[in-house]
Ligand binder design. Structure first.
Ligand SMILES: [Zn+2]
Length: 64
């Protein structure tokens, strides 16, 4: 079942970023996602498939 990612969601990935954070904010969705590390602010582009494969959890945007 596809995960309903939306801009502003916080995803928790299996792979830890070198800064120590597992959490990323979704900045852009599509075939490729743009994610921002909540630990250090680093931004990456990642194929949707890779994001889905590595997602352990998702936290919806606050207030929704
Ligand atoms: Zn980081």
């Amino acid at each position: 079942m596809p995960i309903p990612f939306e801009i502003g969601d916080i995803v928790r990935l299996k792979k830890q970023h070198p800064c120590g954070s597992h959490e990323w904010e979704v900045l852009r969705v599509g075939a490729d996602f743009r994610l921002k590390c909540l630990g250090c602010g680093h931004q990456v582009m990642m194929a949707r498939k890779m994001v889905e494969k590595n997602t352990k959890g998702i936290r919806k945007k606050e207030g929704e």
